[in-house]
Every structure is written in C-alpha cells, then in structure tokens.
Design a protein around this ligand. Structure first.
Ligand code: PGA
Length: 257
C-alpha cells in the first residue's frame, strides 16, 4: 500500500504574520489519528517562511515541510537561486519540481527539471514531480500520452533506488486555481495510467507503493470523493491550504486505505 500525503502549497501567498497564524491554527486543530506513518502531511510555504513553519512542526511526527522549487545548480554564483543543499540544512523533506506555474512563468524545460530532480535527490529531499495537461490537450484526447511523455522526460531516467524516493502530482492545468476540478473518473483514469507506467518501467512492487497525488481545485467539499479513488494517494492543495479549517477537513478526508 502506498503512503498517503496531503501537501499544502501556499504558493506566493502570506506575510510573515499570516504564515505564523495559519500554521498555528492548523497545529492547534490537529487531532489524534490525523497523521500517521501511512498518512503524512506537508506544508510547502514560500522560502522566507520555511524556517518558521519547520520550527513549529518539527516535534510533530509525520508532519513535514517542503519547498516550492530548488536550483538546478549545486552552489555558487546563481543570484536568486536556492539550492537543495540549503533546503536540506534547514530540515526540508520535500520539494515541488515542475509545477505548471514554473514551467509557464519561468520557461522551465524538461532538462532543467531533470537537473532539479537530481539536485533534490542528491541532497536527500523527496521531489514532488508535477505533471499536467492544458485544456486543449485534454479536449483532443491526448492527455494520457502527454502526461506520460512529461514523466519520461523529467523523471523516468532515474534508476530504481531513486525513483522510489519521488512522488508524482497529477495537476491538470485547466483545474489549477479555476474552481473546476477533475472528476473522480478523470483523476482515476490518469492516476491508473501513471501507476501502470511506473510498474512497466520499475516493476509492480514499486508501482503499487508509489505515491501519486491529485492537485487542481481540490477542496474541503470534493476531497473525499477524489481520495476514494483507488489510485489517488492524497493531494497537492493550493488555494484551500490557505484556510486552516478547509485544509484540516481535507486532511481528515483521506481514508485509511
Ligand atoms: P489549487 O492549486 O488547489 O489552488 O488549484 C493546486 C496547485 O497548483 O498545487
């Protein structure tokens, strides 16, 4: 059985004070059984607030902090970049790589993404590798082929011992921040295709244990239905992770499969 994960991607939101309040509110309302070794939660705040959130959650088992990106470079003269090594030194566990917003606004290529994946893994950080098609591709019924190509280009070059440390987030671009979520059938179809391809490349055991998240307008109302799909192992939550009550409801929607 795969490990379940709910990851809250705060994107470029919150001030220092808001970040403080939001994490305090989440922690205050967590209940026994919300987190376990099979059901983990990660907060993925903007870089400046990573240390703040980490210090608050570090004594809570199965609660982690992630970063929204990392540099494809090791260290040196790369103004503005944040290295995976720096993130690891803080205590970061996960790093989003290849989010569609970065592919779009920062022209990230598959080559850059594969370098970032390597940087994260070399520093013992687990990449949350994002893939997702736009509406045009979905309407042309080429979505599965498109997603698998993104995975072959950005991830499937990894050997077995590294692929097992990664997580995939399927985030259809037409569903991100639009309020228009994928139906559970659409999510399940894609997640099953992804799992099948992992099994084909790395063996059935790795396929079965692999964590595949859904992202794109997942909220307190639709989370339970999405998470009930056999191949959906949790969510990468954007907008709804900025509201503590909604985020907690989403955490509680994860069934103990
Ligand atoms: P959303 O974002 O939940 O606001 O649609 C998800 C994401 O982009 O990670």
């Amino acid at each position: 059985m795969s490990i379940k994960l709910i990851a809250g991607n705060w994107k470029m939101n919150t001030s220092l004070e808001e970040a403080n309040q939001l994490i305090d509110e989440i922690i205050k309302n967590l209940e026994d059984g919300d987190l376990s070794a099979e059901k983990k939660v990660a907060i993925i705040p903007p870089f400046p607030f990573i240390d703040l959130v980490l210090n608050k959650i570090k004594t809570i088992p199965n609660f982690y902090v992630g970063a929204q990106d990392c540099s494809p470079f090791d260290n040196g003269a790369y103004t503005g970049d944040v290295s995976a090594k720096m993130l690891k030194s803080l205590g970061v566990e996960y790093c989003i790589i290849g989010h569609s917003e970065r592919r779009l606004h920062h022209q990230e290529t598959n080559l850059t993404l594969s370098e970032k994946v390597e940087q994260a893994l070399n520093n013992d950080i687990r990449p949350i590798f994002c893939c997702g098609e736009n509406l045009e591709i979905r309407e042309a019924n080429q979505h599965i082929e498109f997603i698998l190509k993104q995975l072959y280009d950005g991830l499937f070059f990894l050997p077995k011992e590294k692929i097992v440390k990664t997580i995939i987030a399927y985030e259809p671009i037409w569903a991100i921040g639009t309020g228009k979520t994928a139906t559970s059938q659409q999510a399940q179809e894609m997640h099953a295709a992804i799992r099948n391809e992992i099994s084909k490349n790395y063996g059935a055991e790795i396929g079965t244990y692999f964590t595949i998240l859904y992202g794109g307008s997942c909220n307190a109302k639709n989370a339970a239905e999405l998470f009930a799909c056999p191949d959906v192992d949790g969510g990468l939550i954007g907008g709804a992770s900025l509201n503590a009550a909604d985020f907690l409801k989403i955490i509680k929607s994860l069934p103990k499969k």
